[in-house]
Design a protein around this ligand. Structure first.
Ligand code: F6R
Length: 632
């Protein structure tokens, strides 16, 4: 949550920073702000929001509640002198401490106006630090933890009489919490300081220029050389030189890697929203998740990322899956196939709950953490707890180089490509694809599946992108269904067995982007409570494909129909019985049940998308949400 971006080099900083903010806006959109270093102020001096002594360099800060576009308008009106800023930083906020207001927007200046900071994370001990600083006479204009940190840095700098990087380092030793920060000081107008603990930071290395960002998306058009800061590390960039050290002051050699990302992946490519583009990318993204990893003809499954440690998977007495939100739904779907096909008991836990109780973790458990962003704080913390118990942890992540894959023992990237719409779609189907491959690998090793059986189902998995393609042809028909239900106030989503996690995921998509209350439930549980909600105004979405519980689901549909509920059913192609009962049907091709979610979730994504879009919702940036939840 929150996006940070920084630049130091020869180019004009402002457009680079604003473009970077646009790319990072999915991380939070409560406010946006920019700080620009003016090394030699022109005369007469322009209006500034940051103070500073006459003559020397100054830091100009502009910030505003609202979107990046609002900040851009503000900057346009200010008519800043062209080509005069070559060092700066910018921030897009998801509010934690303090409401979304201009005053709480980042960057924050220290009391003297000499030091500016942007921050992603939470300073947990900010109240006690604030008390100490208040007693020393510091005043605060905002309700944020970040303003406390910048004044702590100022206080340390003043007392210890040290350079800005050393003041940051010493101040951070007093801080409890998570942060990715960029700091500028007007006394050193050629220096940019970055530090990280818990929240992500990547540094892009260009020719005589450096780019800082929360993820690699703002860097991609400038450089493909990047280094990710580790926890308790900081970087100082000065005189075209990058120095990386630990908070304990040990110089380290940064690991520089090649960025594999294409600029087209970051643009809407003619679609009105990233979410729709990402739904339509799924034939390709599912293919990319499988590429080189399976072969239906030979029954080969090869997951390079876990190969060295795959015995841990083969010998696991239990699989423990930890994740949040949509990733948790992918984990729940996996429980069904891991237990059915590989016969390994599988427990799926909300990572957010797991950390704060006293969970039973065995050494011979195999823990799998699932995260699109690789940065979710709850998942990261649950991962650390599992590791403290000596358990092997595998990761399934989408964002390469993010914190979770770096903290796991081994893992498999989903290779779905950047997911920018806040509601997760292609990452979900990619996660299930990877989990299926892991399951086949295990089932083959444990011989709970015969080779011929495995070959058949692997070949079926290879056919899934084609089936997803066919589902996408139903987009217009699904939009027509959405038109009929766009004014509904509530929805129920029901499924049994493999259909249950799909029901949960369908309901979550609708809630988060259409702001319509939706409850996902096992169809079998309906008569134990939720059926009381059913009347002629209640749309009920059924996952009613032909599978093990088909007849039972049909009975549940009859029960809803008897109470005049409106039924939208995902059914297997040609199923006349289900068609007769339902008010609206969306047919899916016949698919083995363990793979069914990859096909059946597509119409539910489209249904939620169209209901949201028809209601004029901000589909890619739904209210109160952020793409990567880096606070607990
Ligand atoms: C829903 C959604 C969230 C995320 C959850 C976990 O569409 O996007 O529920 O799935 O915040 O995020 P990751 O997978 O990044 O750990």
């Amino acid at each position: 949550m929150c996006g940070i971006v920084g630049y130091i080099g020869k180019r004009e900083a402002e457009p680079i920073l604003l473009k970077g903010l646009e790319r990072l806006e999915y991380r939070g959109y409560d406010s946006a702000g920019i700080a620009l270093m003016q090394a030699t102020p022109p005369s007469p001096r322009p209006e500034v929001t940051g103070r500073g002594k006459q003559g020397g360099a100054r830091i100009l800060v502009y910030k505003k509640k609202g979107r990046v576009a609002d900040l851009e308008k503000l900057l346009k009106a200010k008519k800043l002198t062209a080509n005069s800023f070559h060092l700066g930083m910018a921030h897009t906020r998801w509010a934690t401490h303090g409401e979304p207001t201009d005053a709480n927007a980042h960057p924050h200046l220290s009391n003297s106006g000499d030091i500016a900071i942007i921050h992603n994370g939470i300073i947990e001990n900010y109240l006690s630090l604030k008390k100490i600083l208040t007693e020393k006479g510091y005043k605060f204009k905002s309700a944020t933890d970040t303003e406390v940190l910048v004044n702590l840095i100022e206080d340390v700098k003043k007392n210890a009489k040290v350079a800005i990087n050393e003041a940051v380092r010493l101040a951070l030793r007093e801080v409890v919490g998570a942060y990715a920060i960029v700091v500028l000081s007007k006394d050193e107008p050629d220096t940019l300081v970055v530090a990280k603990k818990g929240s992500p930071v990547v540094i892009g290395i260009g020719k005589d220029e450096f780019f800082i960002a929360s993820d690699a998306t703002p860097l991609v058009e400038y450089t493909n050389k990047v280094t990710y800061l580790g926890d308790d590390e900081m970087a100082v960039i000065k005189n075209n030189k990058l120095t990386v050290k630990t908070i304990k002051n040990k110089i380290i050699n940064p690991y520089i890697q090649k960025l594999e990302m294409k600029i087209e992946e970051l643009e809407k490519g003619g679609f009105p929203h990233f979410m729709l583009k990402e739904i339509f990318e799924q034939p390709r993204s599912i293919k990319d998740s499988m590429r080189g990893r399976i072969n239906g003809k030979t029954g080969m499954v090869k997951l390079g990322g876990i190969e060295k440690l795959q015995d841990k998977l083969f010998n696991a007495k239990r699989i423990l899956i930890l994740a949040c939100g949509t990733s948790w739904h992918a984990g729940l779907e996996a429980k069904y196939f891991f237990e059915e096909l590989a016969r390994v008991p599988t427990v799926v836990e909300y990572a957010s709950e797991f950390k704060y109780r006293n969970p039973v973790i065995y050494k011979d458990d195999l823990v799998i953490v699932i995260s699109q962003s690789g940065e979710t704080a709850d998942t990261l913390n649950a991962l650390h707890l599992a590791k403290e118990h000596g358990t092997t942890v595998f990761g399934i992540c989408n964002v390469v180089g993010s914190s979770i894959p770096r903290a796991t023992d081994a893992g498999v990237y989903t290779h779905a490509g950047p997911e920018i719409g806040v509601a997760s779609t292609k990452a979900f189907t990619a996660q299930i694809t990877v989990l299926l491959m892991m399951c086949f690998l295990l089932a083959l090793k444990k011989k709970t599946m015969r080779k011929t059986e495995a070959q058949k189902i692997i070949a079926e998995l290879e056919n899934i992108p084609g089936k997803v393609e066919k589902m996408l042809l139903k987009n217009e028909a699904i939009r027509n269904i959405a038109k009929k239900f766009k004014n509904a106030k509530n929805f129920i989503y029901l499924g049994r067995g493999y259909g249950f996690p799909i029901a949960l995921e369908g309901a979550l998509k609708l809630k988060e982007i259409a702001y319509i209350h939706a409850d996902g439930y096992p169809a079998s549980e309906m008569k134990h409570g939720p059926i009381a909600l059913v009347d002629e105004n209640m749309p009920v979405v059924f996952i009613a494909n032909k599978g093990a519980s088909y007849e039972k689901v049909i009975n549940n549909m009859m029960e809803v129909k008897a109470r005049k509920g409106k039924i939208i059913a995902i059914i297997t192609k040609g199923d006349a019985k289900a068609k007769k009962i339902a008010d609206h049907v969306i047919e899916i091709p016949e698919t083995p049940e363990p793979l069914m979610s990859l096909v059946a979730s597509i119409p539910l994504q489209l249904l939620a998308y169209h209901i949201a879009e028809l209601n004029g919702r901000d589909v890619d940036k739904p209210r109160n949400l952020a793409k990567s939840v880096t606070v607990e």
